[in-house]
Design a protein around this ligand. Structure first.
Ligand code: ATP
Ligand code: MG
Length: 363
């Protein structure tokens, strides 16, 4: 499993109660499960919640004001009593690449080999990089092993690490948000590749996952806020965010019988996201020589703004791949036996925190 293990304290910490913490530009969301699972293997939620992060503290995944981020983390610690945390890292700052190594390479040599490949794949000096890798499970017998590498500038991780420590928290691991999200939402029996689209407040995160391993990430600078802005320009500046959310979630992209100004306005903004997704999909298919095995077979939507009415149908129609709103509890709770304390609409924003929390209890 991918987690920046080298960077974090000794493994004894891993058995301690631990909380998943998803830090984005605008909010901190957390989740933890009770250590014991139910008879059917499903989990029980222990703690969850979110705390606003003031504007400007984290910008596009870069910690601008470490002290203020630390204050938010202190607030989180006061609310939960947490000591050990698993923290997500922003897609905006991640460098991902795929490479092959000879089959039979001893495990202890793999890191050293990959270190030499950083130079040609990551645009910052290797000495300033932290990286981790995951072996991609293969079905066929091949001569080589495919490896997915995730790298970050040391500085990026250090900022998050220091902010946690200053708040009295011990980070046990760090992980790219889309990888955590994949663990929460992608069904175990899924085939091909899955595109994860995290439609948040200020941005849209994209991840492409194959056999459970994150192989591609990217972000688009358009989120739910852009939809609100477009609606305000059209309908008037005085509309509250709550009213706009209502419009997005109940009318959304569905054309009214008489009036279609709301759907037309939303469509013109959302089509930008759709175009960007189409470009990424084409790139992915080209990069993989249109391999059937790696073809994107579904799109899973997460993030609060995926509540936009009509979004799954719109994307399915325009991109030609089935898009669904994710079940964020897919790999943790059984919805047949449990009613989660987080309503469905709110749940889409919790996918990353849930994935981090699953990671903890499975270690
Ligand atoms: N019913 C809902 N509950 C919560 N958020 C909603 C709902 N409907 C729409 N939203 C929108 O979802 C957005 C929040 O989504 P999310 O929690 O995924 O964002 P975030 O992770 O804080 O932001 P980002 O990923 O952009 O940094 C807000 O713009 C909010 O208006
Ligand atoms: Mg988010």
């Amino acid at each position: 499993m991918s987690s920046f293990a080298k960077f974090v304290p000794p493994p004894t910490f891993l058995t301690m109660p631990c909380v998943g913490v998803d830090i984005s530009d605008t909010s901190l969301k957390y989740m933890s499960f009770v250590a014991e699972t139910n008879m059917d293997g499903s989990k029980k939620i222990k703690q969850w919640g979110d705390i606003d992060i003031p504007t400007g503290v984290v910008q596009r995944g870069h910690v601008v004001d470490q002290e203020k981020l630390s204050a938010v983390l202190q607030e989180f610690k006061a609310a939960t009593g947490a000591e050990f945390v698993r923290v997500s890292l922003p897609e905006e700052r991640a460098y991902l690449f795929e490479t092959t190594i000879k089959k039979g390479t001893p495990l202890k040599e793999i890191r050293g080999l990959l270190e030499f490949r950083l130079e040609e794949n990551v645009p910052i000096p290797s000495k300033d990089v932290f990286f981790d890798y995951t072996i991609i499970p293969e079905t066929e017998d091949t001569k080589s092993i495919r490896v997915a590498v995730v790298a970050y500038a040391k500085e990026t991780i250090q900022h998050y690490y220091d902010a946690c420590v200053a708040a009295g928290l011990h980070p046990v691991s760090f992980e790219v948000e889309a990888q955590a999200m994949a663990r929460a939402v992608i069904p175990n029996d899924s085939v091909g590749s899955t595109m994860l689209v995290d439609f948040g407040k200020t941005r849209t995160g994209i991840g492409i996952v194959h056999r459970g391993v994150l192989l591609y990430t990217s972000t688009i600078d358009v989120g739910g806020d852009a939809l609100s802005q477009a609606l305000r320009r059209m309908l008037g500046e005085e509309l509250s965010e709550q009213e706009l959310t209502e419009l997005k979630n109940t009318q959304g992209l569905i054309r009214g019988v008489e009036k279609s100004e709301v759907s037309d306005t939303l469509l013109s903004t959302i089509s930008v996201v759709k175009d960007e997704l189409a470009t990424r999909m084409q790139y992915w298919h080209l990069r993989n020589n249109n391999s059937d095995e790696r073809r994107i077979s579904s799109i899973q939507l997460t993030g609060g703004s995926s509540n936009l009415k009509g979004l799954p149908a719109y994307l399915t129609e325009t991109l030609g791949v089935t898009a669904v709103r994710a079940n964020v509890w897919e790999n943790s709770l059984s919805l047949e036996n449990t009613v989660p304390p987080i309503g469905r609409r709110l749940s889409f924003g919790y996918a990353t925190a849930i994935g981090l929390a699953i990671g903890i209890s499975e270690q």
